[in-house]
Design a binder for this molecule. Structure first.
Ligand SMILES: Cc1cc2nc3c(=O)[nH]c(=O)nc-3n(C[C@H](O)[C@H](O)[C@H](O)COP(=O)(O)OP(=O)(O)OC[C@H]3O[C@@H](n4cnc5c(N)ncnc54)[C@H](O)[C@@H]3O)c2cc1C
Length: 512
């Protein structure tokens, strides 16, 4: 393995700590050897799977390290050929991307699907899960079990029943194993390097539709969230419904709308004017949500009827299917000489690439929007770090209670010093998470400092409310870990046991 002299760790947060020499191991054996060498020579290591941790620190470690291990070349689906509806588990190495798995399933098991995120198609499934990312069907952590890990001491450990012979029928099927469940130790931690894991797939329902809900009166957001919570709890809307504020949904749609109008050859002033009109059509409310329903045609009809009944008077319900979108777009595009039809066609052109996420198809559309916004449309979705885009995520975990959510959002709005692009994700039956983007231009002096100061203010509000973020940026680690807290002291004791020399990712979700 020939290292690259210095890894580039510049990233959207604008805070880049050196990660040292860059290695691309291909096997668990190579990873374990590097960890053992680091132990012998007192070196530290940071690890990424594909390193596209946009808005959380990218490839930059919380504290500087000597070596960066990029696992993108460990990109095998270890049980390829054995995956089927009867065996809906893929054993993935960390370099397997959303697109890789999607392509594999399309070719070999098209009746299976999986939990996709809105980030680039080239992001790692395990890298995202290990940072406790959230997909359109739920928290990715819930999909992962049976890990193979190189601990900080260089030992190869397998969790759950993967510790049994690899030919054991339990190795990749039984998610719990026997005895303490060690899996959780390796999520949001610095105790080991995960070199493969089992990933749960799901049968594709006979029919799936995306459902968009537009809240009629912003004053009723708490009620809206409570109804969505009930639909989640009773299983009507099992997938994660994403509720976006106007700033967020318009930011997601503006690039698609503008691009459509530009392609028609309209002059810039007209594009700007008509974009606003199309935005109002595509995102007419203060809060708009996107969720999914799946099942047999009869189940779908029943679920949709329930959604409509509970949302009556509260939100406008729109059903989005590929066929409907294609048909409506085709018709309106044909009528594009008429301004109202043109505006609607532009709105649909923007919605089309995004709604597929709710149906389990990865797309670069959301990242492309940011590239466009920062004048870097020529870059690919894996190159966002090279644009001027600046992004800080500050993401509160919240109880599933509309009144609390609204109270906290109001306080965050009062404390903010710049626009908040907010999505509320109805994540589990008892809790939800909010994803708040602070956007800035890294080429403009002072903007990064201002965004960081805003993030600090928002974080102070959360802590005053006795709340916490569910996922922290690399630059926030010292804010989130607390010496003397029995929880973090225990995490440190685990570090002493599994990584006694403190080789791996010092300071990542750990005092050590
Ligand atoms: C427009 C946009 C949309 C986004 N949408 C989403 C979304 O819907 N959901 C979401 O969760 N995120 C989202 N993100 C954030 C981010 O881009 C994704 O979470 C992305 O998947 C993380 O990058 P990655 O998969 O390359 O993981 P990596 O960067 O490889 O890993 C993330 C972190 O996990 C740790 N890690 C990685 N691999 C290992 C390993 N093998 N062993 C131990 N530790 C490891 C490292 O500390 C690393 O920094 C979005 C970002 C943008 C800009």
């Amino acid at each position: 393995m020939r290292p690259v002299p210095h890894a580039d760790t510049s990233n959207l947060t604008g805070i880049a700590r050196a990660a040292g020499r860059l290695f691309y191991p291909r096997t668990t054996h190579q990873v374990a050897r590097l960890v053992r060498v680091a132990n012998r020579h007192g070196r530290t290591i940071y690890v990424v799977s594909t390193g596209l941790n946009y808005g959380y620190g990218g490839k930059s470690p919380p504290r500087r390290t000597d070596l960066l291990l990029d696992l993108r070349r460990m990109n095998r689906i270890l049980n390829a050929g054995e995956i089927s509806r009867a065996n809906p588990v893929a054993v993935l190495e960390p370099g397997v991307t959303q697109q890789d798995l999607y392509d594999y399933l399309q070719r070999h098991a098209p009746d299976l699907t999986f939990n996709v995120t809105g980030s680039a198609a080239a992001t790692s499934i395990l890298g995202n899960a290990l940072d406790r990312g959230v997909g359109y069907f739920g928290a990715r952590k819930e999909d992962v079990f049976g890990l193979e890990v190189v601990t900080g001491a260089g030992t190869v450990l397998r969790t759950g029943f993967r510790r049994l012979d690899e030919k054991s029928p339990l190795a990749t099927s039984h998610p719990y194993g026997l005895g303490p469940m060690l899996d959780g130790l390796f999520f949001q931690s610095n105790l080991g390097i995960v070199t493969s894991a089992c990933f749960r797939l799901m049968p594709r329902p006979p029919r799936e539709i995306a459902v968009s809900l537009v809240l009629r009166d912003a004053q009723r957001l708490a009620e809206f969230i409570d109804v969505l919570a009930e639909l989640k709890r009773d299983g009507t809307m099992g997938a994660v419904t994403h509720v976006a504020n106007r700033e967020r949904s318009q930011a997601s749609l503006l690039s698609g709308i503008t691009r459509y109008l530009e392609q028609l050859g309209l002059p810039p002033a007209q594009v700007a004017r008509e974009s606003q009109r199309a935005l109002r059509l595509a995102s007419p409310g203060e809060w708009t949500s996107l969720g999914a329903l799946g099942g047999s045609p009869a189940q779908l009809r029943a679920a949709l009827a329930t959604v409509r009944r509970r949302m009556r008077g509260l939100a406008r319900v729109r059903v989005i299917t590929e066929r409907r979108l294609d048909f409506a777009f085709g018709l309106l595009h044909a009528l594009r000489a008429l301004p109202p039809a043109r505006a609607l066609a532009a709105a649909l052109a923007a919605v089309r690439p995004l709604h597929v996420l709710a149906l389990g198809q990865p797309t670069d559309a959301a990242v492309d929007n940011l590239l466009w916004k920062f004048g870097a449309s020529g870059l690919s979705a894996t190159e966002l770090d090279a644009s001027n885009c600046g992004l800080l995520f500050i993401n509160p975990a919240l109880p599933m209670d509309g009144a609390t959510v609204v109270r906290v959002l109001d306080k965050l709005q009062d404390a903010r010093t710049q626009p908040l692009y907010i999505t509320i994700n109805i994540e589990s039956a008892t809790s939800l998470v909010a994803v708040i983007n602070l956007l800035f231009d890294r080429s403009q002096p002072g903007e990064q400092e201002a965004a960081l100061a805003c993030s600090d203010k928002l974080y102070a509000v959360l802590r005053a409310e006795k709340l916490e973020v569910y996922r922290a940026r690399a630059d926030m680690m010292e804010q989130v870990v607390a010496p003397g807290d029995p929880f973090w002291e225990t995490v440190k004791a685990l570090k002493d046991a599994l990584d006694p020399n403190g080789v791996l990712a010092p300071g990542r979700y750990n005092l050590k």
